[in-house]
Design a protein around this ligand. Sequence first.
Ligand SMILES: O=c1ccn([C@@H]2O[C@H](COP(=O)(O)O)[C@@H](O)[C@H]2O)c(=O)[nH]1
Length: 308
Amino acid sequence: MSFDVLQEKIREKKNPTVAGLDARIEYVPEYIRKEAFEKYGVGLKGAVEAIWQFNVGLIDALCDIVPAVKPQSAYYENLGWQGMEMLERTIRYAKEKGLFVIADIKRGDIGSTATAYAEGWLSGAPIEGQVFKSFDADCVTLNGYMGSDSIKPFLEAAKGEDKCAFVLVKTSNPGSGELQDVKAADGRTIYEVMGELNEQIAAGTEGKYGFTMAGAVTGATYPQQIQDLRARLPHTFFLVPGYGAQGGTAADVKYAFNEKGHGAIVNSSRGIMCAWKKTGGDGHDFQEAARNAAIAMRDDIAQFVTVE
Ligand SMILES: O=c1ccn([C@@H]2O[C@H](COP(=O)(O)O)[C@@H](O)[C@H]2O)c(=O)[nH]1
């Protein structure tokens, strides 16, 4: 239960950041693409092979620097069943390398359907009295705006296995305020209501660091709102996307952490995966470039946050 496993990994690496694996084919260096397309043809199969090679290279280059990776399911779903099979392989490979895997799936549905999603991504599918695992992520992202019954099945599935979930509270995108900043009848914003509901749902699951198993997504692009949420939600672990490519800075994300430097992890996807595009090379240096970008991000945040 809770976020103890992730917080331990963050402390071991002294690095509260997560590398996104949002593998678009354009992010893969040309020499990898060329080889895969020659072997499997230009199409879904070739793209899946190229992205698999890229992911393995990234994971190998980053596994001693970052505590976690966050594959975004959309970039695998768009390649059909072969993309999803490769996502399952990517998750397995990252876990073998000691990384905590956050599957960014942003699911949310009525309870019975949420249970099926939770089995697929976390606990495994029960078939004839046995449980069969597939994606087996450590953690998932959820869209909980359908209410507590869309979140609870994931917490049930996560409970037995030291897994956890992040629920969207205040997202990083430009349109997030259209609904999330609207004031409810009691004067709280909708994102505050969502955050407090989420902390309540998981009350009692706090681990040794004091965080429940239901974390919150709070975008780096809204530092004031992060500060507000940190004060309101002392038992909620935050996933903070929006650093780098979306404009969030280390000074913005510092508000997500508590006084011990605990309780948050900051994501960068394009900033790490596409770092090779900025070195002036032809992509053969993508591993070194990703590693350097991850180290620079860690050191940037360390100017503001010390993880005890
Ligand atoms: O509010 C949110 C929730 C999720 N995301 C996801 O994080 C990454 C960000 O990628 P960058 O390349 O570092 O911008 C991506 O997978 C989003 O789906 C988010 O950005 N904001």
